[in-house]
Design a protein around this ligand. Structure first.
Ligand code: SF4
Length: 478
């Protein structure tokens, strides 16, 4: 199935040839697929999703329908995978959905990526990491071309450099809160080592313009062989209790252990589904999706990107049946070359352009960052705060180097990776410091080709990054 390029917003002076449209011939099959269910009990049918993506989306967000492969955020052309359409629908409706959730009494809490969000939802909040905060902020601006949208993003990041520090990697999530672009009620990330932006951002918030309106709470995360120390688990469990109590002060309700146990069960289903989908995907003769859809699918196991775990879970459940079918039928995915070089990405928050990698003969098959928390299943039978604390302190990404490397090597083997890239942002202090050590350890244990590349968050170096990645794909392919 190929994409067609037509349907530009009416009255626009945009060039029709550069815009993507979902082809009409897939409509009948798509509208027979499952509804999306939401946390508040409401549902949206596939027919409503279709109408949104073909009529509302192109007018509101022409930048997302820009068809250029130079744009990492362009829509996937794999239109026969219903997951991709529903995932895009959820991303496009972020502003309306989050505004509704807050009006229904769910406080918005800013967190960081790579952490479980079970306790936030158990207490009735919505937990959003910087990427989701950015999606919400950018969905408030309608009718922008891709260039206009990119400029908006640049402006946000420059403001954040001024407000926080020029030394940060700068995901701009905090800036949206300081500016009031998204109405957050609390800043409450785990203080895990993986992300140095947590320290810069929380410190900036402590004296920032919205410090009095937006409560700050640190979920203190002990370090250094933390998973093996009973006191550390007890301490982190008490931090989680403090977190739910602080959210309770907003909502006026009391979060019980049963609430947390129920939420853990729900999130465990998402984590298990993502792992099962990964096992299917990695074992397939041909990659059953392109790299972008793979990443979206695997990451959905964290159930936090859409700000509604029930909605994320509903599309993840349906996606698994489609992936099983594709694997059984030896499906070949449009845009992925035969015998593509399989790449594994280590490090936080940087991804090469999947479409460009596939043009160059590669495909990204996995990454360690967010996958670390998704693969950590929480024990459901014990006291929920203690079990959640024990799981969170055992995230492989947060462990001493040898342990982190051993887990990463296991993922590399399972995904049948040919080459390993460690990518980090300028200003990502922990990951930049650990890159050389981790990559040397991986190389010693697997003998795979490896490369380390630094990128910046300003998007001015995308060609520099891709140029090096493509050269690496060429090297791995021979
Ligand atoms: S790039 Fe590093 S410092 Fe920046 S948000 Fe990601 S993990 Fe945090």
């Amino acid at each position: 199935m190929t994409a067609v390029t037509k349907n530009i917003p009416s009255g626009s002076n945009l060039n029709a040839a550069q815009y993507f449209r979902y082809p009409e011939e897939i409509r009948d099959d798509f509208v027979k697929t499952d509804d999306i269910e939401f946390r508040d009990g409401s549902r949206v049918s596939a027919a409503e999703v279709w109408d949104y993506l073909t009529k509302v989306g192109p007018v509101k967000f022409p930048n997302l329908y820009d068809n250029s492969n130079l744009f990492t955020g362009r829509l996937s052309h794999d239109v026969t995978l219903p997951f991709t359409l529903k995932h895009n629908y959820l991303l496009m409706t972020m502003h309306e959905r989050m505004t509704k959730a807050r009006a229904q009494g769910h406080p918005i809490v800013f967190v960081q990526g790579g952490q479980s969000v079970d306790p936030y939802y158990a207490a009735g909040a919505v937990a959003l990491r910087p990427a989701s905060t950015g999606i919400w902020a950018r969905r408030q601006k309608e009718g922008l071309t891709r260039t206009e949208d990119e400029l908006e993003g640049q402006r946000d990041k420059q403001k954040a450099y001024n407000a926080i520090s020029f030394e940060v990697c700068n995901s701009a999530g905090y800036e949206h809160i300081q500016e009031g672009n998204v109405p957050a009620d609390m800043v409450a990330p785990y203080t895990a080592l993986r992300c140095s932006d947590v320290s810069y951002g929380t410190e900036a918030h402590r004296h920032g313009p919205r410090k009095d309106q937006v409560k700050l709470l640190l979920v203190d995360y002990p370090l250094d062989h933390q998973k093996d120390k009973e006191w550390a688990i007890d301490y982190f469990a008490s931090s989680l209790r403090r977190l739910t109590r602080a959210i309770d002060e907003h909502t006026g309700r009391t979060t019980t252990e049963e609430d947390l146990a129920r939420e853990i069960k729900l999130h465990n289903e998402g984590r298990r589904l993502a792992v099962e989908i990964a096992d299917l995907w990695w074992s397939a003769e041909n990659p059953p999706t392109n790299g972008k859809d793979r990443r979206d699918l695997f990451q959905l196991g964290g159930m936090e990107v859409h700000g509604d775990p029930v909605a994320s879970l509903s599309i993840l459940r349906e996606a698994k049946t489609h992936i099983e079918k594709r694997v059984a039928e030896h499906h070949k995915t449009q845009g992925v070359q035969d015998k593509a070089a399989r790449l594994f990405v280590c490090g936080s928050c940087v991804f090469p352009n999947d479409f460009r990698c596939e043009e160059a003969g590669g495909i990204i098959v996995g990454n360690d960052n967010h996958w670390s928390d998704i693969t950590t299943i929480v024990e459901e039978s014990g006291e929920p705060y203690y079990e959640l604390a024990k799981a969170v302190l055992s995230y492989p990404y947060e462990q001493p180097l040898k342990d982190r490397a051993a887990w990463t090597v296991e993922q590399i083997r399972k995904s049948r990776t040919d080459g390993v890239l460690f990518l980090y942002k300028w200003g990502c202090n922990t990951q930049s410091a650990i890159a050389r050590l981790l990559v040397d350890e991986i190389k010693a244990r697997t003998g795979k080709h490896t490369i380390i590349i630094e990128d910046d968050m300003t998007r001015t170096q995308t060609e520099q990054l891709q140029n090096r990645v493509n050269a690496f794909i060429e090297m791995v392919s021979y």
